[in-house]
Design a binder for this molecule. Structure first.
Ligand code: ADP
Ligand code: MG
Length: 291
């Protein structure tokens, strides 16, 4: 992607919460490009949420602390632009849907953000209709958000974020409070937005199998630092580094690694990260039908 301009650039970012002794983020340098799907992995406390709060400019404007370095979103330095301005570029979905929902109806939930942007009432309906359609909630505009399932609530949060027409969608463990079916729904909507609308997605998420399948880039954080940054294949091949950071790799990668060490299988240190990939590489060993 050389030559292309990053949609998000983080330079030498160090952030220490007011009153804290050690920085929550240490010397982070990252470039993220339009249309990427980036997964943030790391143990609790490794700095994922803090990094996301820097991307949507809640840090440094609304949280006290000491920030060094810079965060630039679409050429805007977040230190110089108010969070309100950045909210048009960066949409955010948090882990707990109930904290994000406050209105009497699904439609009003989306209208709230539009009102804040100064969108005229008569222009709201088509936008509400469109974003509910994108997340698969068409026809539920009159429902109370609190009657929705967890997966539907998170999709409503995504719809509310989309109504602002953001270019980047930041999602902080969006499925951690959602049942398995709801998780699938949320992942599917994020993947659709990324693939069909070139939405840049930055998602903190523990589900490594899912991230291996959807993300084009994995960023691993440990004690406030980025310790790995690459494609799923590059990152999940570093089993030793991940294990030291207390993280697991996809099960299929673990199996490939063990086959190499116990059975002298040769992957040339490039392990499969999805079942499909493993199948493509292993199936020929078993003979049978050929394409
Ligand atoms: N509001 C806060 N005030 C002080 N320290 C905080 C605050 N929020 C998070 N931290 C600390 O910053 C570090 C990173 O936390 P966080 O960004 O929440 O990590 P993660 O999202 O990966 O769990 C942790 O050591 C955490 O205790
Ligand atoms: Mg967090």
């Amino acid at each position: 992607m050389s030559g292309e301009k990053p949609i998000l650039e983080i330079k030498d970012l160090t952030f220490t919460y007011a009153g804290a002794e050690t920085p929550a983020l240490k010397n982070i340098n990252l470039q993220i490009f339009e249309g990427e799907y980036v997964a943030l992995l790391g143990l609790n406390g490794s700095g994922k949420t803090t990094l996301q709060l820097c991307i949507n400019a809640v840090i440094p404007h609304m949280i006290m602390g000491d920030m060094e370095g810079s965060v630039t979103v679409q050429d805007l330095d977040t230190a110089e632009y108010p969070t309100r301005e950045l909210a048009k570029i960066v949409g955010v979905v948090f882990d707990n849907p109930e904290f994000q929902l406050s209105q009497m109806s699904v439609a009003e939930e989306i209208a709230l953000g539009l009102e804040n942007l100064g969108v005229a009432v008569e222009e709201m309906n088509p936008i509400i209709h469109e974003v509910l359609d994108i997340v698969g909630l068409s026809g539920l505009g009159d429902r109370s958000p609190f009657e929705l399932s967890g997966g539907q609530q998170q999709r409503l949060s995504i719809a509310a974020a989309l109504a602002m027409r953001p270019q980047i969608l930041v999602m902080d463990e969006p499925t951690s409070n959602v049942d398995p079916i709801g998780k699938e729904e949320v992942f599917a909507v994020a993947a659709k937005l990324n693939r069909e609308r070139k939405m840049t997605v930055i998602m903190a998420e523990h589900e490594v199998e899912v991230m291996a399948a959807y993300a084009n880039r994995i960023i691993v954080m440990d004690h406030g630092e980025v310790i790995l940054n690459g494609t799923p294949t590059e990152v999940f091949s570093q089993l030793d580094v991940l294990e030291k950071a207390g993280l697991r790799v996809p099960q299929v990668t673990e199996m490939a690694y063990r086959l190499e060490h116990d059975r002298s299988a040769h992957w040339n240190s490039v392990y499969p990260v999805t079942t499909e990939e493993a199948f493509q590489r292993i199936a020929p060993l078993f003979g049978g039908k050929h394409d």
